[in-house]
Write a protein that binds this ligand. Structure first.
Ligand SMILES: *Cc1c(COP(=O)(O)O)cnc(C)c1O
Length: 427
């Protein structure tokens, strides 16, 4: 057994002063049981907990750390920026440099606004979509996550096409009335909502590769279908690329799948591990944002010097390595082949799903195509697998509904150790 005394002590202190002892729910290990590990440090592909235990990390801060922990170019950029002041609330050159890089790398973005989190980015993008279309309804997909703004804490009601229901206390029925859910990879359910809400849909928001219900790739024709249906209806298409942006390709999922949205939200990788989000898109839409236009949105720390320095170092590193995404994809393919082999050896039903460096192992009977499939997977088996892997020095996301992330700091040897650990964990 690994020693976790210090994590236990820290957690008992944490729960006294913070709800659930954490600042974001999934960290609390509720989905898998047990005590969360308190992390002391990270370097490359590894993290060390407060008791000195070392783990190969596949959480990677939930996606941002494309080059691993304490990546030297990011660390020195942040350190250097801090020496000149941490925040001014006035324009700085780094904001332009980061915006120029984003505009040059992401196909659909002509203008961009920096914010402080993914939540803020998506919340602001839908305000803009509503303003630009003069419509009120947002259509999203069951199992996709777009941050914790009220408009997205809505599940399908019993008549999914006609109304949504709050999925959290504190969200008003009024807000729920302005959100609809459809099923991922099922254009039929999208069509139904469009029919039921004719002329009322401001935008369709989608994770082009869904990474918050495990990992569900878009099926051929799905994103293209959304593009066509929104264009025909006069609704906007918003790609929430907070997770996929700069992770799956330089230009995100939209580059990978060749579908161009009207608006895109970013976060995670563009902050290099600091709090950053962004939303951008067609210039004629972005020009409606304050102070150029009437749609209000602001932020005291937006475009913060440390965050933009980290983001610039990150995007600079991405540009410097032309075969980065091929390399990540090769690592991913190695992990996929290994884990799939282990499942077959052990005769355990499961589906290892992957796009590039994002992956998920579902203990499901077949492939997971939508939320209902993910929800039906074997959670008890995942819980045991998670804890065995942790014992064996592999830190996976503490939930069966989260994606895992490889970074450029992971090696083939790390992947092979992980496959060996999985073979033992599933014995
Ligand atoms: C993480 C995530 C968000 C929320 O970003 P925060 O920075 O946690 O607010 C929104 N959308 C997607 C797709 C995400 O993965």
């Amino acid at each position: 057994m690994k020693r976790i005394e210090r994590s236990l002590t820290l957690f008992s202190r944490a729960v006294r002063v913070m709800p659930g002892g954490v600042n974001s729910p999934v960290r609390a290990f509720k989905a898998v049981g047990g005590t969360p590990l308190f992390i002391r440090s990270g370097r490359g592909a590894r993290v060390t907990d407060e008791d000195g235990g070392e783990y190969i990390d596949y959480v990677m801060s939930w996606g941002p750390l494309l080059f691993g922990h304490a990546y030297p170019p990011v660390v020195s950029a942040v350190r250097e920026a801090a020496l000149s002041g941490t925040s001014f609330g006035a324009p700085t050159e780094r904001e332009i440099l980061l915006a120029e890089k984003i505009v040059s790398m992401v196909p659909s973005i002509e203008k961009v606004r920096l914010v402080n989190s993914g939540t803020e980015a998506v919340m602001s993008a839908i305000r803009l979509a509503r303003a630009a279309t003069g419509r009120r309804i947002v259509l999203k997909f069951e199992g996709c996550y777009h941050g914790h703004a009220d408009s997205f804490l809505i599940k399908a009601g019993s008549g999914a096409a006609t109304f949504g229901e709050p999925s959290s206390p504190g969200v008003t029925p009024g807000t729920a009335a302005d959100t609809r859910n459809a099923d991922l990879n099922d254009l039929g359910t999208v069509k139904e909502v469009f029919k039921a809400c004719r002329g009322e849909i401001a935008c369709v928001v989608v994770e082009p590769v869904a990474g918050n219900m495990g990992l569900v790739p878009p099926e051929p024709g799905f994103l293209e279908g959304l593009r066509e249906m929104t264009a025909n209806d006069g609704a906007l298409l918003v790609f929430d690329e907070v997770m996929t942006g700069f992770r799956l390709a330089r230009g995100g999922a939209q580059e990978l799948f060749g579908v161009v949205p009207d608006l895109t939200t970013l976060g995670k990788v563009i902050g290099g591990g600091l709090p950053v989000g962004a939303y951008g898109g067609r210039a004629d839409l972005m020009e409606r944002i304050s102070p150029e236009g009437p749609v209000y949105q602001a932020g005291t720390l937006s475009g913060n010097p440390l965050a933009t320095a980290a983001g610039l170092a990150m995007l600079g590193a991405i540009e410097k390595e032309p075969d980065l995404y091929t390399r990540l994809d090769r690592l991913g393919a190695r992990l996929e082949a290994g884990i799939t082999r282990v499942l077959a050896e052990r005769k355990i039903p499961g589906s290892f799903q992957r796009v590039g460096s994002m992956f998920c192992l579902y203990f499901s009977r077949g492939r997971v195509r939508r939320w209902a499939d993910a929800a039906a997977a074997d959670r008890e088996r995942f819980r045991k697998f998670f804890h065995r892997m942790l014992e064996l020095g592999v830190y996976l996301a503490p939930s069966p509904f989260e994606a895992g992330f490889l970074s450029a700091a992971h090696t083939e040897a790390d992947v092979d150790l992980t496959i060996d650990a999985a073979r033992e964990a599933l014995s």
